[in-house]
Write a protein that binds this ligand. Structure first.
Ligand code: UDP
Length: 324
């Protein structure tokens, strides 16, 4: 009963590996180390370096490790990067997901947890946004993930396949015990960038757009602690093992913070008044993305433990200091 974690050497995947290990599960990681790190995979967890679309490799891993469930994290995730390289994103996030799903199906694995994103909502008219709002992504990243959601749903009609799709809002923070955190080179995500600025690893940061129709003119996002997110995956796994239905669930806390509020929190927690400049809007950014967050607790009994921006920032900073 091993869980195959693709992207397990990456930021969110490595926290899933820790969560699985902490609860006594067997894990095997498949990662090409394009953005992940060998060190992020704990000792004792097999790391296979390879491509998720290498079907012969995937079938071998399933057979050799007794894999019964797949948690598919490996993906490209940067919105502006997807605008610049759409074909690369469809390849990484859609085409390779198709190959992976087909390979695990061939090998007899019928339980899939898929990492999706709030970017599939685009510029939602309602905020907070519920899972029932029709998807309308506004960038190639969101579309590449939505196509994979649809592919899973279509496949599950005719194959012995059950899935939980988790739509992540803005994932941040780090393992409270300091065992993992975000190490992605050239990271672009706000809390990561702000922590680097606070510790002098970069000269400062820019706010991308101050003329959005939000209270302070900067974008609103729903920041979720990576450890709470990993816990949502454990609950999804238990649901699938218990014979539960296919589900599509938002992963967020249900409240948003503006870019300025996040920066103010990082300055306060770090005690560093790093330089901040105002810059034009970034391509593909919606003004507000906040989750309606009742379905995940209601259906899977998920109880977040770190729903607090200060805690998220503190853990992110502790990780960033450790990496200094
Ligand atoms: N952002 C910013 N400066 C930065 C990085 C991000 O102003 O250096 C803003 C970005 O424009 C967006 C919000 O912070 O409004 C969250 O962006 P992030 O890249 O963290 O996540 P996304 O919502 O794009 O997945």
């Amino acid at each position: 009963m091993t869980v195959l974690v693709t992207g397990g050497a990456g930021y969110i995947g490595s926290h899933m590996v820790l969560a699985l290990r902490d609860s006594g599960e067997r894990v095997v990681v498949l990662d090409d180390l394009s953005t992940g790190h060998r060190d992020a995979v704990p000792e004792g967890v097999p790391l296979i370096i390879g491509d998720v679309s290498d079907q012969a490799l995937v079938r071998d891993i399933v057979a050799q490790h007794g894999v019964s469930a797949l948690a598919h994290f490996a993906a490209r995730i940067v919105v502006p990067d997807s605008v610049a390289d759409p074909l690369g994103y469809y390849e990484a996030n859609t085409v390779k997901t198709r190959a992976l799903i087909a390979a695990v199906q061939d090998a007899g694995v019928g339980q899939v947890i898929f990492s999706s994103t709030a970017a599939i909502y685009g510029e939602p008219e309602e905020s907070p946004v519920s899972e029932e709002v029709p998807p309308a992504p506004i960038n190639p990243y969101g579309r590449s993930k939505l196509m994979s959601e649809w592919m899973l749903a279509d496949a599950a009609h005719v194959l012995p396949l059950r899935y939980v799709v988790l739509r992540y809002f803005n994932v941040a923070g780090a393992d409270p015990q300091g065992r993992s955190g975000q190490s992605t080179p050239n990271a672009t995500h706000l809390i990561k960038v702000a922590c680097e600025a606070a510790l002098g690893k970069r000269p400062g940061l820019s706010i991308f757009g101050t003329d959005y129709p939000t209270p302070d003119g900067t974008c609103l996002r729903d920041y979720i602690h990576v450890t709470d997110l990993a816990d949502a995956h454990l609950r999804a796994l238990a649901h699938l093992r218990g014979g539960g239905d296919n589900l599509v669930l938002n992963c967020g806390y249900g409240h948003g913070f503006s870019v300025r509020e996040v920066i103010a929190m990082v300055k306060r927690v770090s005690g560093s008044d790093f330089p901040v400049t105002e810059a034009p809007r970034r391509a593909g950014d919606p003004a507000a993305l906040v989750s309606r967050a009742d379905k995940l607790p209601g259906l899977l009994g998920w109880k977040p433990r770190h729903d607090d921006l200060e805690t998220i920032v503190r853990h992110a900073l502790e990780w960033e200091r450790r990496r200094a």
